[in-house]
Ligand binder design. Structure first.
Ligand SMILES: [Zn+2]
Length: 215
């Protein structure tokens, strides 16, 4: 008996008996039409991020790609899964918004601050090169009395801003943005606090999404 696989199977069983029956029409409709998500969200592979839950998105609402550190290789660099997802989302699915979502306590960001931790992981180390400029910006802006958690927060934000810049180097993105058909934003999700702060309209600052008093 494979304990972990069994746990996953139990989840599938629960989905089939408790969740699916109440939403069968939603799933059947989704399966009978081409998908038409209106946003692409690029986030970290971290198991604590549940992007559908925090945006309250349903089946078919968002196109999602995840990787270590929510990185976007600049166009021409490491052409692979992420670049293909971006091109497909913009050119075929015609998404109207792309968000890069970083998060608190990100292992990838901590590894950037402590490169020795990646000594045994050549692939991750290479992948993290896509965030190198964020590290140098962070170093340039670091205050002498800055605490380690403030430095991590700064790096997390600079990384998100850098990856949004990288997005703009992709021809499909640049074209759609120029035509006014696509907008971009950068997010930082605070896992413990349930808070999401967003940089939009190319701003360098992240503003918390606030709860509106009157709906
Ligand atoms: Zn992460």
């Amino acid at each position: 008996m494979d304990e972990i696989l069994e746990k996953l199977k139990n989840g599938i069983r629960k989905f089939q008996t408790e969740i699916y029956p109440g939403q069968e029409d939603v799933y059947r409709r989704a399966a009978s039409e081409p998908q038409k998500p209106d946003a692409l969200i690029i986030t970290c592979a971290d198991s604590r991020i549940d992007v559908e839950t925090i945006t309250q998105s349903g089946t078919g609402d968002i196109f999602v790609t995840r990787n270590i550190g929510n990185l976007v290789p600049a166009y021409g660099e490491m052409m692979g899964g992420v670049s293909a997802v971006i091109e497909y989302a913009v050119s075929a699915l015609k998404v109207r918004h792309i968000a890069v979502c970083g998060h608190s306590d990100c292992g990838a960001m901590k590894a950037l601050l402590n490169p020795a931790s990646l000594e045994q992981m050549a692939t991750v180390r290479r992948w993290m090169r896509n965030a190198e400029a964020a590290m140098s910006v962070t170093d340039s802006l670091t205050q002498p009395d800055e605490k380690p958690n403030e430095r991590l927060k700064r790096l997390t934000e600079e990384n998100v801003l850098l990856q949004v810049q990288h997005l703009r180097t992709h021809p499909a993105v640049a074209g759609a943005v120029a035509r006014g058909e696509l907008t971009l934003s950068g997010w930082v999700y605070d896992i413990g606090g349930g808070q999401v702060r967003i940089s939009e309209n190319s701003s360098r600052t992240f503003d918390a999404v606030t709860t509106r008093a009157n709906g």
